[in-house]
Design a protein around this ligand. Structure first.
Ligand SMILES: NC(=O)c1ccc[n+]([C@@H]2O[C@H](COP(=O)([O-])OP(=O)(O)OC[C@H]3O[C@@H](n4cnc5c(N)ncnc54)[C@H](OP(=O)(O)O)[C@@H]3O)[C@@H](O)[C@H]2O)c1
Length: 302
């Protein structure tokens, strides 16, 4: 089968021929319709995790139909449309491929109201958004820095649906998109320091971009005792003065995917696809993501 692989850390991704993986106990083999691109995919190539077998098929997220069921799988049947996470880096497996294996507890029935190619864009970014908002709880004003990307577009919509006032960063043409997703105030991060442009203090900041210096610069806009979550691990050891600042690791699992499917099918969340590419265009798409040029999600149609 065709897959996008790397031969080692730092290697250039390329389309290669790989054997179809075998589903083990508690696993299913899925014929993928599409894979979803996340920044984590190129971070793995750059060495973000050690426990990797090469050649490594890149990618975590995907959606497709179940081709084969492994032993002891009870919740799915052949032909079921599913979405979820397929990363098995330890075995060299991933989702940028015609077929991929997932653990039964890492997938869920795909949302009924969108195409599988859209569902592939949901798992990692959508679950992270749900987790971030669950952690933040009941707040009035939320600033999202990096709001126009995968995690940001889901977080903006889910927060707005909860009645939270969302202040979102966006440049130029992306401002209209963010308003349509439910953001109330837009801050252009290229027009000057974000902290100077936020009208009044926020209860919480989700920052998907800034380093620790950037977080220090944003402290004046977070109310005393407010919350800062950094999924990019920019909170320095010892935290930040006057706020509850935490580096954030997202959880994953079938229950979160089922919640996302319900939100999507209820029309509360739409999937913002910025780019659709083929397997052979995936290496260039990874390079664009690494350069920080994402608008919504990139989907690799297989
Ligand atoms: N810890 C965890 O569990 C976890 C989970 C998921 C994701 N993450 C991490 O979270 C980060 C975001 O993920 P993602 O999937 O949302 O990435 P993404 O889709 O690439 O989005 C990043 C967004 O940030 C915007 N941006 C870049 N520089 C900016 C700046 N200086 N100020 C404001 N916005 C800026 C970009 O828009 P412009 O080009 O318009 O600026 C882009 O839309 C990644 O580093 C990812 O690895 C961590």
């Amino acid at each position: 089968m065709r897959a996008v692989t790397v031969s080692g850390f730092g290697a250039t991704p390329e389309v290669t021929d790989r054997p179809v993986p075998e589903p083990g106990r508690g696993e299913v083999l899925v014929r993928l319709s599409a894979a979803g691109l996340n920044p984590f995919d190129w971070k793995v190539i750059d060495g973000a995790i050690n426990d990797v077998a090469f050649p490594l098929t890149i990618g975590t997220d995907g959606a497709g139909t179940i081709e084969r069921i492994g032993a002891d799988v009870t919740g799915f049947q052949r032909g079921d449309p599913v979405f979820g996470q397929f990363s098995k880096a330890r075995q060299g497996r991933g989702s940028y491929a015609e077929m991929a294996v997932a653990s039964e507890d890492a997938i869920a029935p795909a949302p009924r109201t969108i195409a599988l190619s859209e569902a592939a864009a949901v798992p990692t970014a959508g679950m992270t958004a749900l987790n971030l908002l669950d952690r933040i709880g009941d707040v009035d004003r939320l600033l999202i820095v990096g709001a126009t990307g995968g995690v940001g577009t889901f977080t903006t919509q889910l927060a707005a649906a909860r009645g939270i006032t969302v202040v979102a960063t966006a440049t130029g043409g992306k401002a209209d998109l963010m308003r349509a997703l439910g953001a109330t105030e837009i801050v252009d991060h290229t027009a000057g320091p974000v902290a100077d442009q936020v009208e009044s203090p926020v209860d919480a900041l989700i920052d998907l971009v800034s380093d620790s210096e950037g977080l220090h610069g944003l402290l004046p806009v977070v109310r005393p005792g407010g919350t800062i979550l950094s999924p990019v691990f920019a909170v320095p050891e010892g935290g930040l003065p006057g706020v509850d600042a935490t580096n954030f690791s997202s959880a994953a699992g079938a229950g979160l995917l089922e919640r996302l499917a319900r939100e999507i099918d209820a029309g509360h969340v739409r999937v913002v696809i910025g780019d659709t590419v083929t397997l052979s265009q995936a290496p260039d798409a990874l390079a664009r993501s690494r350069a920080g040029k994402a608008r919504g999600k990139t989907v690799i149609v297989i």
